[in-house]
Design a protein around this ligand. Structure first.
Ligand SMILES: C[S@@+](CC[C@H](N)C(=O)[O-])C[C@H]1O[C@@H](n2cnc3c(N)ncnc32)[C@H](O)[C@@H]1O
Length: 257
């Protein structure tokens, strides 16, 4: 790793607690370099001193490093498997499910989970924990307001029931919003809660180094109940899941043994 980036990583870690060395280097560097070049800096050292002087630039950096894209029912087919196969079998064992959407971004994912759970249990029992490292996305998630393009995959009945048009946006209904609790959490450094029946962590592990991923798989496995299920993103198969006491129950779903 070159010295300019290495020093930047150290500085950011002491400023924010975020350890960029656990994110894939080439990808992260490319994203940050294109940002600093656009803002007129020529290396990471200059960029870091800019970040300390301009608050806006600091927020822009955080935004660029976290990549917040999300949508409701992202990869629709997988959510069908969750609804028709995974959740019914979890509910056979336990009628109160402890559910976590990890790296939830702007909230589309935990709200999708809540909509699906509402079909399978009384709304009063639906509860979802949703966490992300980025305050900004959590604040947006709590507003529950989305442009039409994030709703492309929402089934019509769910859309009618739980999403109301407001101007050019759609607002998630209060009853769904009430079921989700948002919290700030850095997956790479903060402790995990435990005894989850279902953990959904999608489209964030791809940004981490292999070493960081391995640590996280162990932590996620440790946070699951026996027979609890870990649901990952559609490019994120776990190689040799058995090493983490997990076994594949369907594509992108792993069960704690
Ligand atoms: C591409 S979004 C994925 C959103 C959603 N899970 C989905 O699949 O649509 C990635 C999210 O991971 C979050 N993130 C990145 N690093 C993180 C970390 N160390 N701890 C917690 N969240 C993190 C980002 O803030 C961003 O909101």
């Amino acid at each position: 790793m070159d010295q300019d980036y290495e020093q930047f990583i150290k500085n950011i870690k002491s400023k924010t607690g975020i350890d960029l060395s656990l994110y894939k280097e080439a990808q992260m560097k490319r994203r940050l370099t294109s940002l600093y070049e656009k803002r007129g800096f020529s290396n990471f050292t200059e960029f870091y001193s800019g970040l300390n002087k301009q608050r806006e630039l600091y927020y822009e950096f955080l935004d660029r490093m976290t990549i917040n894209v999300s949508e409701f029912y992202r990869n629709y087919k997988r959510w069908e498997v969750l609804e028709e196969k995974i959740l019914p079998s979890l509910l056979e064992r336990n009628s109160n499910l402890k559910v976590w959407s990890a790296a939830c971004s702007t909230g589309e994912e935990p709200y999708t989970i809540a909509m699906i759970l509402s079909k399978l249990m009384p709304m009063s029992k639906v509860k979802v924990l949703a966490t992300d490292i980025d305050d900004n996305v959590i604040a947006r998630a709590k507003l529950g307001l989305y442009p039409e393009r994030s709703l492309n995959e929402v089934p019509d009945d769910m859309k009618k029931k739980y999403l109301k048009k407001e101007g050019t946006n759609y607002k998630v209904s209060d009853e769904i919003m009430k079921t989700v609790t948002f919290k700030k959490q850095n997956l790479l450094s903060d402790p995990f809660d435990s005894q989850f029946d279902l953990i959904v962590c999608r489209n964030v592990l791809i940004y981490f180094t292999e070493e960081a991923k391995e640590v996280l798989y162990s932590k996620f496995s440790g946070a699951l109940k026996r027979q609890g299920v870990f649901f990952v993103g559609s490019t994120e198969q776990i190689f040799n899941a058995e090493r983490f006491d997990l076994s594949s129950v369907d594509t992108f779903f792993y069960q704690k043994r």
